[in-house]
Design a protein around this ligand. Structure first.
Ligand SMILES: *Cc1c(COP(=O)(O)O)cnc(C)c1O
Length: 369
């Protein structure tokens, strides 16, 4: 039996009644843009994230772009980020008019290296944009210590509901940043039935500005103090996401349980490194990403056995053709480059059965035997 990397149909089968009735309600109301379902979902995400404000928008990419714009970042400015992430992280910096400045990652957690990020600060730096990659929060307090005056945009697209302990207390993804961003792309832990995004902040002025920017910069209808965007969350998506949210904690716990099973099953294999979770973190395992020097051969082996895998991410962003103008060369960020050659994500979705997981484990073990 093939094992897919992700099985959204299995998830839908379980929540079908909740989700379909929530969608139908929006259809009956015929109010599709923003409105009550969005306001309610924003409140739920603010509560989950321990933030004062949450602002729904069209997708996780726009959430980053709106965050940059709300901080008045644009031409002549620099934003420090990681080259080992999904494209949107750096793409939005470029699209804001600012210059993406890359710094290398920590080899174990894949998080932006705080010392490397601090070393990249110049008089033009306006923000640092770490990524909570694969489900665990980046070491936010360390960026803050290293560059206390630099605003922090936390790209938490892959990490909604992830926790990190500070001084013995749990804090949530998005809680400690100047602005935090989430994506509801269907493959994220909380996925919509289409695109969706959210921005969270503790700062009322930023929240007001973000709300304005998502509706063409209008303070009220047809009155524009600045040029913004059309980046709103659909009511149907908000209704779906509110219906799914009560399951999120359980789904993330199921992912953690699967991760623990893999960790134990692979512990004696010298050829692979299982994911390193920072001791302060509780990951939501958006991905279970192993490392091995024989990555391509392992992936081919698993494919031949019908097991779905993926490489996140095969080309670090400083080596993408579109960023050639930034002038980075191969070798600039050795940890990111090595990670891109060694990582492989295995199926870890909540509905993965133990029979399926045993198949994955057996296939991986047979490769290294
Ligand atoms: C998914 C993702 C985004 C973009 O989200 P979309 O909703 O697809 O626009 C941004 N950053 C990271 C790290 C992501 O994984």
């Amino acid at each position: 039996m093939p094992v897919p990397l992700l099985d959204l149909r299995a998830q839908h089968a379980r929540i079908r009644d909740n989700v379909v009735s929530a969608m139908l309600q929006v259809v009956e109301d015929q109010a599709f843009i923003l409105g009550k379902p969005v306001v309610e979902f924003e409140k739920e995400i603010a509560a989950l994230s321990h933030t004062r404000f949450a602002i729904g928008c069209a997708n996780g990419t726009d959430a980053l772009l709106l965050a940059l714009r709300a901080l008045d970042i644009g031409a002549g400015h620099e934003v420090i980020t990681t080259p080992f992430t999904f494209f949107a992280t750096a793409g939005t910096i470029h699209n804001s008019g600012a210059r993406p400045v890359f710094a290398d990652i920590e080899p174990d957690t894949f998080s932006l290296n705080p010392a490397a990020a601090a070393a990249a600060v110049t008089s033009r730096t306006r923000a640092v944009m770490p990524v909570d990659l694969f489900g665990q929060i980046a070491p936010l307090e360390r960026y803050h210590e290293a560059m206390p005056r630099v605003p922090l945009i936390e790209d938490a697209a892959q990490s909604i509901g992830a926790r990190r302990s500070f001084d013995g207390e749990w804090t949530m993804a998005g809680e400690r940043a100047t602005i935090g961003t989430f994506s509801f792309f269907p493959s994220k832990n909380l996925g919509g039935y289409g695109d969706g995004g959210m921005i969270v902040t503790q700062d009322e002025k930023l929240a007001t500005r973000l709300r304005r920017l998502r509706t063409h910069g209008a303070v009220k209808s047809y009155v524009h103090e600045e040029v913004g965007y059309n980046s709103r969350l659909d009511a149907i998506q908000a209704a779906v996401l509110s219906a799914k949210l009560p399951f999120l904690a359980e789904w993330s716990a199921a992912r953690r349980a699967h991760a623990a099973v893999y960790d134990a099953a692979f512990a004696d294999l010298s050829g692979i490194q299982t994911p390193a979770i920072d001791a302060a973190n509780e990951s939501i395992y958006n991905q279970y990403t192993i490392r091995t020097e024989r990555r391509d051969a392992l992936q081919a082996h698993l494919t031949s056995k019908g097991i779905g895998t993926a490489i996140y991410y095969p080309i670090p962003l400083h080596l993408q053709q579109c960023f050639a103008y930034l002038g980075y060369k191969a070798g600039a960020f050795p940890e990111s480059e090595r990670a891109s050659k060694e990582v492989l994500s295995l199926p870890v979705y909540p509905e993965l059965t133990s029979v399926q997981q045993d198949e994955v484990i057996e296939a991986v073990r047979s490769f290294f035997r």
